[in-house]
Design a protein around this ligand. Structure first.
Ligand code: AMP
Length: 175
């Protein structure tokens, strides 16, 4: 493990039994509050975007917005919000995915991408991979190319990356 990885990890706080019993919530707010840790995180994700020559960031509601917007600014590309059902005002593409209990939907505006655009998908945590997989489907529906996905944190033991066949997955911190 690199020194950089160890350092970023020290800014993640474990909150046991949140939002429900048995879940260890990975709280990213200490990392956001530290200018050096936040800036290093954004720089490292932007390097992934540069590697794949991406032209748009897709940021997943809601903590993905924080990282995705900052990376888009750092790379001088646009950012597209992927939102929970019913939040976007214009016509949308929608993708439904399975949760532990029941299902949920994510949406994006139908004209958010120009066909052929190279997309980097950004979120805070890769857990089971259901969310990220749904967003990869949205990118394809909108005519874009999912080039890579970048996460601040990956929960390796949930094997989320096995679900992602479309593109490479890069995470900065692993548990
Ligand atoms: P999944 O679809 O299972 O990969 O879940 C990913 C989404 O759920 C991400 O948007 C995360 O913000 C959130 N999430 C899942 N597990 C955790 C966790 N242990 N701590 C913080 N956020 C989580």
């Amino acid at each position: 493990m690199s020194t950089q990885t160890i350092e970023l990890k020290s800014y993640i706080r474990d909150i046991p039994d949140f939002p429900k019993k048995g879940i260890i919530f990975k709280d990213i707010t200490p990392l956001l509050a530290d200018k050096d840790a936040f800036s290093r995180t954004i720089k490292q994700i932007a390097e992934v975007g540069e590697k794949y020559s991406i032209t748009k960031i897709m940021a997943i509601e809601s903590r993905g917005f924080i990282f995705g917007s900052a990376v888009a600014h750092a790379m001088n590309v646009g950012v597209i919000p992927v939102r929970k059902k019913g939040k976007l005002p214009h016509k949308t593409f929608s993708e439904t995915y399975q949760l532990e209990y029941g299902q949920d939907s994510l949406e994006m505006h139908i004209d958010a991408l120009t066909p052929g655009e190279k997309v980097l998908i950004v979120d805070d945590v890769l857990a089971t991979g259901g969310t990220a997989q749904a967003v990869a489907q949205l990118v394809k529906k909108a005519g874009g190319e999912p080039m890579a996905m970048a996460f601040v944190i990956e929960l390796n033991f949930l094997n989320g990356r096995d679900k992602i066949k479309e593109c490479p997955v890069v995470s900065l911190i692993h548990y």
